[in-house]
Design a protein around this ligand. Structure first.
Ligand code: PNW
Length: 452
């Protein structure tokens, strides 16, 4: 433990995270409609070796075992997402009772096991019917999301306190509609910008609906934030770093926490039809007061200036650096930088690290055990940064490891393992890795420790 456990208050929230499409499977059961991820994964060439979430790790049927895993690890919180197409198969209209019943059972099971449920309402699995109507680039999708949020909170709000509206709107908008490497696989820069705005609007419209349904609810949003730095300190690349920090971090933080889009990014995007999506009154809706900010942190981007004057593309530098199996730089210091940036530039708000973790090529022994020391080092290194931030007065209240289970890693299919629990993808047998034991011990000793 190296004293890490002594650096956290007993009230610090220790949890693990998952998301619906990545673990549930059972995509055709109990009235679930298709989502954009079903469609995308079924299209040739979109995911690693054509992998899909059709079975995933069968959490839809094995959830009691998964709840027991979290309980046995002694973790106090479990972050999961609600599959919109299970609740509204067409993305609108009356709720499918069998879909609601699944999350009802899950929440009850968690509470019986002494685990606090932390649901996220949107983790990328948009009902296909809404994409057929235009998807996130259409304003109506935001209204539909607010209806969906109300249905779920009406159903679970008597037992759930902490609600997260969106997971990583940057990914949903820019990877889904801009880069096209996530569902729905569109490559339309203007649509990506409109999508990001409508995701913000969806969040802002949902917040009051959640509070009306459940006045004691705590509501937040989860953003993926990156440390961003210029390729060197000559100053030549500073504007590139500003642009990327602007588009990946501030474009998402500013509207929800400050009620405006960053001026410099608006200027960078000037002329894009995507900006027409932004109406005058929207920002007041989007900036609905929040109870917490969820931060997902994975890595740093090192960026360089456009290759020639006037070119709009900035470059991402592939530096020589320790990497995860996803090829992402292992850069715990970047988490500290992100936390200090959020603390310095925004009104103070309780922060939870809602995801942090890594894929590694796990060494699986013949007896099925996994000694994933690199994952332990990764999590420990990032938690040192969290502890430093707390010592510096930054209000970080919890940490959720991504992920409980090896699962469907989006475009990477089952080729990248982020779990602290190993899953044999043939037998679906779950085996806690060394990192799970270590994380459980850390959580246990830090929450029960007596303080002077
Ligand atoms: C996050 N990127 O996704 C998600 O919230 C999880 O569902 C996911 O499994 C986890 O991080 C690990 O990837 C991301 O390409 C996926 O920049 C891709 C990117 C970023 C975040």
């Amino acid at each position: 433990m190296n004293g890490l456990n002594e650096r956290f208050d007993p009230g610090f929230v220790w949890g693990v995270a998952t998301s619906a499409y990545q673990i549930e499977g059972a995509t055709n059961e109990d009235g679930r409609g298709p989502s954009i991820w079903d469609t995308f994964a079924a299209s040739p060439g979109r995911t690693f070796e054509g992998h899909t979430g059709e079975v995933a790790v069968d959490h839809y049927h094995r959830w009691p075992e998964d709840v027991a895993l979290v309980r046995d690890l002694g973790l106090g919180a479990y972050r999961f997402s609600v599959a919109w197409p299970r609740i509204q198969p067409d993305g609108k209209g009356p709720a499918e009772p069998r879909g609601l019943a699944f999350y009802d059972r899950l929440v009850d099971g968690l509470l019986e096991a002494g685990i606090e449920p932390w649901p996220t309402l949107f983790h990328w699995d948009l009902p296909q019917a809404l994409e057929d109507a235009g998807g996130w680039p259409e304003r109506d999708t935001a209204e539909r999301f607010a209806d969906f949020a109300e249905i779920v909170v009406d159903s679970l709000g008597d037992r759930v306190r902490n609600w997260t509206t969106l997971n990583e709107p940057w990914c949903a908008a820019f990877l889904g509609y801009g880069a096209g490497i996530h569902a729905p696989g569109r490559t339309e820069p203007a649509a990506a910008i409109a999508a990001s705005h409508h995701l913000h609007l969806a969040h802002g419209l949902a917040v009051p609906r959640i509070r009306e349904s459940r006045p004691v609810a705590r509501v937040g949003v989860t953003l993926n934030l990156y440390a961003v730095s210029p390729a060197d300190d000559t100053g030549r690349h500073d504007d590139a770093a500003r642009r990327i920090d602007g588009l990946m971090n501030r474009w998402f933080l500013d509207p929800v926490l400050l009620g405006r889009y960053p001026q410099d990014v608006l200027q960078d995007l000037a002329g894009s039809a995507g900006l027409d999506a932004i109406h005058d009154d929207d920002l007041a809706v989007i900036a609905a007061p929040l109870d917490f900010l969820g931060i997902n942190y994975y890595s740093r981007h090192v960026v360089e200036a456009a290759p020639w004057p006037g070119a709009s593309e900035v470059g991402f530098v592939d530096r020589v650096w320790p990497k995860t199996a996803s090829g992402w730089d292992i850069d715990p210091a970047g988490l500290g930088e992100v936390l200090r940036q959020v603390d310095a530039d925004y009104p103070s708000i309780p922060i939870y690290i809602t995801e942090n973790g890594a894929a590694f090529d796990d060494p699986v022994s013949v007896d099925g055990t996994v000694q994933d020391q690199d994952r332990i080092d990764f999590i420990a290194g990032h938690l040192e940064q969290v502890a430093d931030a707390v010592d510096a007065g930054i209000d970080v209240r919890g940490y959720f490891a991504w992920s409980l289970l090896d699962n469907f890693e989006w475009a990477e299919g089952y080729a990248k393992r982020f779990g602290i629990v190993h899953v044999d993808f043939d037998t679906l047998v779950r085996t806690p890795k060394a990192s799970a034991r270590w994380f459980a011990e850390l959580a246990r000793t830090s929450s029960t420790k007596e303080r002077a």
